[in-house]
Design a protein around this ligand. Structure first.
Ligand SMILES: C[S@@+](CC[C@H](N)C(=O)[O-])C[C@H]1O[C@@H](n2cnc3c(N)ncnc32)[C@H](O)[C@@H]1O
Length: 386
């Protein structure tokens, strides 16, 4: 190993460990995955294997590594930057005037970082000292979007050492930090005798908000969905076979508990898209229980302005949600206003679903971008955290 590689802690992750790390993520179909100490890109390759449609964001301090990555993975967004430098980091993460936020971050952070054996970092408004590896993770959390997850391979000291005890406590409190796996001496690189995989989840409330307020998090057994209102008028739909068009779904396609697509209409793909797994139901029109239908996993469509999609994290949850709405049909039907032209508003539907015990993400947030841990973070804390 060259001295330059040593200076930068270039101990790359073996593919099997990278795959194990990615399996620790419980976010479904993240649209972006970031590695801010990307090296040769092993972690992002494992992420791409699991989520082929995801966009990879790779940063690294070493220009040589960055050049290699740009050549080997031209579709990734790769930048050279010292991630510990806030100004550089912000510049590298700028995209169309906005600083990118991630639904998933994967890391095997540098654990020495030239310039000291510890760094001061702010966590949820409190400043504390911690090891360079944990400090790198704390910097990365600034780019984790609400509901997103960060998984990292860390030296053992991060989960058990005295130096990181205070930071660990804060991360446990505000990000439900969990130890997912502990590896014995032989499992990983020679330079870090024992390592662990940790997982942090950003709450639906900002990290700076006190814990009491994060009680808005959904419980483990609550059905969670995101709500999408169709926007496309039925009259503007095309019937041609041109490229860049997607299936268009109108209320006439919903009936007898199934999606029919009898007219096989299509619409331009630059309009807001609905993703399966989801439950579709009419926003406008005569409401009947048989118009509550499943939209399968992997399906994409443009919705008519008469249709709602309730996007779910899994097909199983979509089926549960469909069954719930059908079994509670009298309440659902009563939530539609109007006499001749019956309709239900976004707020009306949200209220109805909350009343039925579902958790609907704030409008504009999509379930595909993140998924809250299946179990409340506190319960999942492993006993190895002291
Ligand atoms: C332990 S390696 C991990 C590489 C890769 N993620 C993997 O798992 O194989 C750490 C990487 O962080 C990069 N690095 C070190 N200090 C950095 C910094 N301040 N900012 C960004 N990258 C840094 C190194 O060049 C190296 O590629």
């Amino acid at each position: 190993m060259t001295s330059r590689a040593k200076d930068f802690d270039q101990y790359f992750t073996p593919p099997e460990l990278a795959a194990t790390l990615i399996q620790a993520v419980t976010v479904a179909h993240p649209i972006r995955v970031g590695d801010f100490a990307a090296g040769h890109g092993e972690l992002l390759r494992a992420a791409e294997n699991r989520w082929p449609a995801t966009k990879c964001i790779a940063l690294d301090i070493d220009p040589e590594v960055v050049l290699q990555l740009k050549t080997s993975h031209p579709t990734w967004r790769t930048r050279c930057c010292d991630f510990t430098d806030e100004a550089e980091r912000t510049r590298a993460m700028l995209s169309r005037g906005r600083v990118l936020q991630m639904p998933v971050i994967v890391l095997n952070p540098p654990f020495s970082c030239r310039g000291g054996s510890s760094r001061r970092v702010p966590i949820a408004g409190q400043t504390t000292r911690c090891s360079p590896a944990l400090a790198f993770i704390v910097d990365a959390l600034k780019h984790l979007q609400s509901g997103g997850q960060l998984v990292a391979i860390v030296p053992h000291g991060v989960v058990q050492g005295e130096k990181d005890a205070t930071a660990r406590g804060l991360l446990r409190q505000y990000y439900g930090m969990e130890v997912v796996e502990l590896f014995a001496r032989s499992a990983f690189a020679k330079c870090t005798p024992r390592t662990a995989i940790i997982r942090l989840t950003a709450g639906l409330a900002p990290a700076s908000v006190v814990v009491a307020e994060s009680s808005q998090r959904p419980e483990a057994n609550v059905l969670t969905a995101s709500l999408l209102r169709g926007r496309q008028s039925n009259t503007l739909v095309l019937h041609s076979r041109k490229r860049n068009l997607l299936p268009f779904i109108h209320t006439t396609d919903l009936g007898q508990g199934l999606l029919h697509r009898t007219r096989k209409q299509i619409a331009p793909s630059d309009l807001p898209q609905a993703y399966g797994p989801a439950v579709l139901l009419p926003r406008v029109g005569k409401p009947t229980a048989d118009k509550i239908v499943l939209f399968p996993a992997g399906a994409i469509a443009i919705l008519s302005d008469c249709v709602f999609a309730l996007e779910c994290g899994s097909e199983q949850e979509a089926e549960q949600l469909q069954s719930l709405l059908i079994s509670e049909w009298p309440k659902v039907e009563a939530a539609y206003g109007g006499t001749c032209a019956r309709f239900i508003s976004v707020e009306g539907l949200r209220k109805l679903l909350h009343g039925l015990g579902c958790y609907i993400l704030p409008y504009g947030q999509r379930i595909q971008e993140f998924r809250v841990c299946a179990e409340p973070a506190e319960q999942m804390l492993s006993s190895v955290i002291v």
